[in-house]
Design a protein around this ligand. Structure first.
Ligand code: ZN
Length: 323
């Protein structure tokens, strides 16, 4: 069974983002455009890794202790989080992916309802903080400022290094027997449905080769007896991504990529409007942060998302679904 990514009310709420055929009246500068593309690409990469984790768990019959959704997030994070002293450009990618949970959570304008609490996924806010904790835990000195801006408490931070270590080592250990010998495998393939040609953010992600990088990363880590194809396609009304065990394939809807692109574009434009305002203002902004270059975010989102999840009823739980 595959559940929809968003409930009906949320889908309607998001409809303006989904059907927006072109850029808004106020255009992004070229730097902002690049920022938005990078952000969208990082989020597309995150849910591609997430779905790949479901595929690996199913096809390799890997043991999962705890929620599979959390395990899938941890694989995505452990691949995207750069090794200490590694490639700095990867810092921004994982921060953008983490911010994606705040961004889409902010689109809902409402808090979780009963259905969200019983969902197999953690709440967006929980996934946001959990991923931020893992990032901090990968390099506590390097991400101290980031963690502070996010609003993670000292109490929470104290366990993050161990959690990061446990998450990465667990996945490494599970995948160790399937390491490809003699170079990369062809465990995962990427396919683009020609019908996605019209979607501008999806097209930009394609040109940035963000998902090619995901496939290359995965293929450097794992060998599978039967290759799995990851297809980016137009899904119509569906805003989703999923692993389908019957067809042994991963589908990523262009609509999901468009959702992120349109939302971050709106957010960047709103930030421009609010340039002189306090970032504590929770109106308008969807809570993106950390995508302005550099490791330290401007802050504010942590407070916003924390307050929201604590008090409001019902809303979009942005969750990458699986069948
Ligand atoms: Zn999932």
């Amino acid at each position: 069974m595959r559940r929809p990514l968003v409930n009906l009310a949320s889908a309607l709420l998001m409809a303006p983002f989904l059907v927006a055929p072109s850029a808004p009246a106020v255009a992004l500068t070229s730097d902002q455009q690049q920022e938005a593309i990078n952000f969208t690409a990082a989020n597309a990469a995150f849910f591609a890794y997430h779905e790949a984790a479901h595929a690996l768990i199913a096809t390799l019959n890997l043991p999962v202790i705890g929620r599979e959704e959390d395990a899938a997030d941890m694989l995505a994070a452990s691949i995207m989080i750069p090794a200490e002293g590694g490639d700095d450009t990867r810092d921004q990618k994982i921060m953008d992916a983490i911010d994606g949970f705040a961004l889409v959570d902010g689109l809902a304008g409402e808090s979780p309802g009963e259905e969200d609490y019983m969902d197999e996924h953690g709440l967006d806010a929980q996934r946001y903080y959990q991923l931020a904790c893992l990032l901090y835990g990968s390099d506590p000195d390097g991400f101290a400022e980031y963690a502070e801006a996010i609003g993670l408490t000292e109490d929470r931070l104290s366990s993050c290094p161990d959690e990061y270590k446990r998450a990465t080592q667990s996945w490494q250990r599970l995948l160790a027997p399937y390491q490809p010998k003699g170079g990369a495998s062809n465990a995962f393939n990427l396919a683009w449905d020609p019908q996605v040609r019209g979607q501008r953010w999806t097209q930009a992600v394609k040109q940035a080769r963000a998902l090619d990088q995901v496939v290359a990363d995965l293929n450097s880590r794992v060998f599978l007896p039967k290759p799995i194809t990851m297809t980016v396609t137009a899904c119509g009304d569906e805003v989703n991504a999923w692993w389908d065990p019957e067809s042994q394939s991963i589908t990523i809807c262009a609509e999901l990529i468009e959702l992120f692109g349109n939302a971050v574009e709106e957010d960047i434009l709103a930030q421009g409007d609010d340039a002189n305002d306090s970032r504590d203002d929770t109106s308008g902004s969807t809570g993106k942060m950390g995508s302005k270059g550099g490791a330290a975010p401007s802050g504010g989102t942590g407070k916003k998302i924390g307050g929201k999840s604590a008090s409001d009823p019902d809303g979009v739980t942005f969750t990458v679904e699986k069948k």
